[in-house]
Ligand binder design. Structure first.
Ligand code: 48H
Ligand code: FE2
Length: 259
């Protein structure tokens, strides 16, 4: 077989464009490919919803690769071990009720199982804004190549339509920040605004996360670290059980709403 350089290029361009066009009108768009976004995407796709995840960076996985302080291990608590099991991620028991997992195995397996379940991942794309119509509900995402953002180029974005957006962008809760900037203090929080992440306290941070995993503005949902940042709950360090459970929870909420 003789290799045709141009045919290789055409295959890539055609296939990517087909996917991108196909995903301009979807059920759920997830912002951020850390653990919470990947788990949410897995369950939503498994339930048959059309769901895409947009990740700014080249690599998927967010803050999970580096474990704690670059020791590439993560800890999960008893309640969330079943999610590691669902994905087939190995773990070792530590003491009575902690489990330790390899962070590289975690990210690669979450990514692999989620895409195989039907989650479409677009990396190297940043969410820079949301679309709103008369109702002022969040009705779409405004996207641009991360290279445009990094190069500070003045290039206008493109827009996709979606029934729901999940902010899974981690500590910076970037999608909620954009919405707050546009609508003012109208978020579903005590102050109507983003309250801001509180200091380290794993016990409270992990518990609060489940309550914080919800709709924060019509059409906009939060999961993972973004949820604790928006609702003013503590950070929790390298215990990742809450991230997994929060991803699962937000998927359950949306499956019930959209199915
Ligand atoms: C596209 C974006 C944008 C944007 C950001 O930080 P993450 O890993 O998020 P979570 O919530 O799934 O997991 C949090 C966890 O990693 C963590 O930091 C913990 C548990 N910390 C505790 C502590 O005490 O510090 O992933 C978010 C992803 C990243 O990959 C970003 O690149 C991406 O979102 N992202 N993608 N458009 N505007 N903003
Ligand atoms: Fe973190």
């Amino acid at each position: 077989m003789e290799l045709d350089d141009v045919k290789i290029s055409r295959a890539i361009i055609e296939s990517f464009m087909e996917d991108f066009i196909d995903y301009t009108d979807i059920d759920v768009a997830i912002g951020g490919g850390g653990p919470s976004g990947l788990v949410a995407g897995y369950y939503l796709a498994k339930a048959g919803l059309k769901v895409a995840l947009f990740e700014r960076k080249l690599s998927i996985g967010g803050g999970m690769w580096g474990g704690g302080m670059m020791f590439n291990k993560i800890v999960v608590q008893e309640e969330s071990k079943r999610i590691l099991d669902e994905f087939g991620i190995g773990s070792q028991k530590y003491d009575d009720d902690y489990y330790v997992a390899d962070s590289v195995e975690c990210v690669s397996t979450l990514c692999s199982k989620a895409t195989q379940a039907g989650l479409k991942i677009f990396n190297l794309i940043s969410i820079e804004d949301v679309m709103m119509k008369e109702s002022k509900d969040v009705a779409g995402l405004v996207l641009n190549w991360s290279a445009v953002e990094m190069g500070r180029l003045h290039v206008d974005p493109l827009t996709i339509r979606t029934k729901a957006v999940i902010d899974a962008t981690g500590h910076d809760c970037e999608v909620v920040k954009v919405v707050e900037k546009k609508v003012g203090p109208k978020l579903n929080t005590e102050t109507g605004t983003i309250i801001g992440e509180k200091p380290m306290w794993a016990e409270v941070g992990e518990k609060a996360l489940m309550d914080n995993t919800k709709e924060v503005y019509p059409g906009l949902y939060v999961t993972g670290m973004a949820a604790n940042a928006v609702y003013g709950s503590p950070r929790m360090g390298p215990i990742f059980g809450g991230m997994l459970l929060s991803g699962e929870r937000i998927a359950e909420i949306l499956i019930e709403k959209l199915k």
